[in-house]
Design a protein around this ligand. Structure first.
Ligand code: ADP
Ligand code: MG
Length: 472
């Protein structure tokens, strides 16, 4: 087990729970020294720190530790004077890792990747800000890749080098690669992270050759701490560029700098890549991202729906998860279509409407979970709609059209008005006549249902239920 990594995780857990100044004072130059059975020893630089941590923070530390190491029951604190100088490899550089975002400015280093700063932290200019570890869903299909990514982000150059991640299109390779970059910079803002695709590398190289700026090109990579190369398969059959990449790889690897590479195939199948380079790609850890399981697909859909602050009927999410299995990208594609439909047409997507989208997108012969055939119901008039909704909610016509404000009646009433407007396309005035109300009341009801459909999932289910019965 990696003690430093474990301690870093503990510090990340503790930091938000303590005043900043206290945190920086008391946890500076601390480390995990040893684990023996159920006892873990925390090393501190001075006796003063030992007494303070022991009396004030022991419980908090123990709790944070137990989130990772369930079996630890007891903490000991020991003074280790070697920790005091701040350069001990067992300790974490608190100032760098937990630097205050407010203190940072935009930093430009000549020939280096530009690093910009926002209140959410540091970002390398080329890293996609949407691709973070926080929103990368981990499941059986990517568990090893995810864990390895986390590990190299915490201790670049020290665990798996290179880390080689491969898998099919749209399975999250670029997302994970960018997330590693963000994490490195968050852990240590002084690290220089370079992200680029193999194609960008090729273009940079060709242009450097043309402009006779090969030295500058080489210099850029020499000063890199973490090199993230996306889609290495693009180097196939480009002998000269491969040669140059081979040199960059060796320089960085020899200097203990981290390299992370993605590819659509495992190294052995990169037949257009020269053998020397191919073999180096397997030096560290080679790990695959596979197609997401049904459970992961559902988890991803739920997370992405929440991210967009939208609500979809759980049945609809389930239906998408069942039918779209090839990649996370297509899963997102269908979700975006469904949400766009909800947004633009002000209707909630149903299993049936989603089925139509899927038929168009995927030309699938067999769609799973679609109701067999549309029920043969033809509702064309407001009277029929009122009758239908009353029956669906099992209330009498008098109650539906009456004036009771009790939810049991008022909600079906509003739903009936909403459907008369949205499904039958009737004017507010016409609906008002049939419901024996003013058109302002109808307008209010229709708006209310529309707004509530964006935040109330029980209502979404009810409205979808009625629509399903209506054959929509
Ligand atoms: P690849 O590079 O493997 O072709 P991407 O990284 O571009 O795939 O992923 C495609 C889309 O799917 C992106 O929008 C990404 O955010 C999303 N995605 C992929 N895997 C996951 C995951 N495990 N959790 C959350 N989103 C994911
Ligand atoms: Mg990609």
């Amino acid at each position: 087990m990696d003690l430093k990594n474990t301690w870093l995780t503990v510090l990340h857990r503790l930091e938000p729970t303590l005043p900043r100044a206290k945190f920086l004072t008391w946890f500076r130059n601390t480390a995990i020294l040893d684990i023996a059975g159920a006892t873990l020893t925390v090393g501190v630089p001075t006796a003063f720190a030992r007494d303070w941590l022991h009396s004030k923070y022991a419980l908090k530390i123990l709790q944070a530790l137990q989130e990772q190491l369930k079996d630890i029951k007891e903490l000991e604190f020991a003074v280790d004077a070697l920790l005091a100088d701040g350069n001990d490899p067992r300790t974490v550089n608190l100032q760098a890792v937990f630097s205050d975002p407010k203190d940072k400015k935009i930093r430009k280093v000549a020939g280096r990747e530009e690093v910009s700063v926002t209140t959410e932290g540091l970002r390398s200019a080329r890293l996609n800000p949407r691709y973070t570890l926080a929103n990368f869903i981990s499941g059986d299909e990517n568990r090893l890749a995810h864990a390895a990514g986390l590990s190299v982000a915490r201790l670049p150059g020290q665990t798996y080098n290179p880390l080689f991640i491969y898998g099919g299109v749209g399975l999250g390779k670029t997302h994970l690669l960018s997330a590693i970059g963000h994490e490195v910079i968050t852990n240590d803002p002084n690290k220089v992270v370079v992200y680029l695709t193999a194609e960008m590398f090729t273009n940079e190289y060709i242009s450097a050759v043309k402009k006779m700026q090969l030295d500058r090109f080489k210099q850029k990579y020499r000063s890199t701490d973490v090199l993230l190369v996306d889609d290495i398969q693009m180097l196939e059959s480009k002998t000269k560029t491969q040669e140059e990449f081979f040199n960059v790889f060796n320089t960085l690897h020899n200097a203990g700098k981290q390299i992370v590479i993605t590819s659509d195939r495992p190294p052995a199948e990169l037949t257009g890549i020269m053998a020397r380079l191919q073999s180096r790609l397997t030096w560290g850890l080679v790990t695959e991202i596979e197609q997401p399981s049904y459970e992961s697909r559902l988890a991803i859909l739920k997370a992405k729906t929440q991210e967009r602050r939208a609500i979809l009927d759980p049945e609809v999410l389930d239906f998408i998860a069942m039918n779209v299995s090839d990649s996370v990208r297509s899963l997102e594609g269908v979700l975006v279509r469904a949400l766009a439909e909800a947004d633009l047409l002000h209707t909630q997507p149903t299993v049936r409407s989603l089925g139509k989208i899927l038929e168009k997108l995927h030309k699938k012969e067999r769609i799973i979970g679609l109701p067999e055939s549309a029920p043969d119901i033809q509702i064309k008039t407001p009277e029929a709609m009122i009758q239908f909704v009353a029956e669906y909610f099992e209330i009498s016509l008098d109650d539906l059209l009456g004036s009771s404000r009790c939810r049991e009646y008022s909600q079906p009433r509003q739903i009936a008005m909403y459907l008369s407007r949205e499904v039958l396309g009737l004017s507010l005035v016409t609906i008002a006549q049939h419901f024996r109300r003013t058109h302002v009341t109808v307008q209010y009801a229709v708006r209310k249902i529309k707004t509530d459909l964006k935040k109330n999932s029980a209502l979404v289910r009810q409205v979808n239920g009625v629509k399903q019965e209506l054959g929509l």
